[in-house]
Design a protein around this ligand. Structure first.
Ligand code: ZN
Length: 92
């Protein structure tokens, strides 16, 4: 059983790799201006997550600690503001 030569494998072009933007790691659109629970201004980070009461909310770090269900799929995602003004997902 002959193997195909490696050079013929599709996509084996190592010279064309460019910096890939992982779009889904960034918050889309405008970040929430304030925490849904304590109404505190959101300045550098927030958590989009499930609360212990059930509904999801945009929370500041303190409220997430007190009312959130942790981080992860189905629980919450944490975003942190970057120098370029975009919100990068840093957890969850
Ligand atoms: Zn809060």
């Amino acid at each position: 059983m002959p193997f195909p030569p490696l050079s013929a494998a599709p996509g084996n072009n190592m010279g064309s790799i460019t910096c890939v933007v992982i779009a889904d790691r960034y918050w889309g659109g405008d970040a929430p201006a304030q925490c849904d629970i304590c109404q505190d201004k959101i300045l550098s980070e927030f958590v989009d997550g499930k609360t212990q009461q059930g509904p999801w909310a945009n929370m500041c770090r303190c409220c997430h600690k007190e009312h959130g269900c942790g981080l992860g799929t189905g629980k919450g995602q944490k975003y942190q503001k970057q120098n370029d003004g975009r919100w990068l997902k840093v957890g969850g």
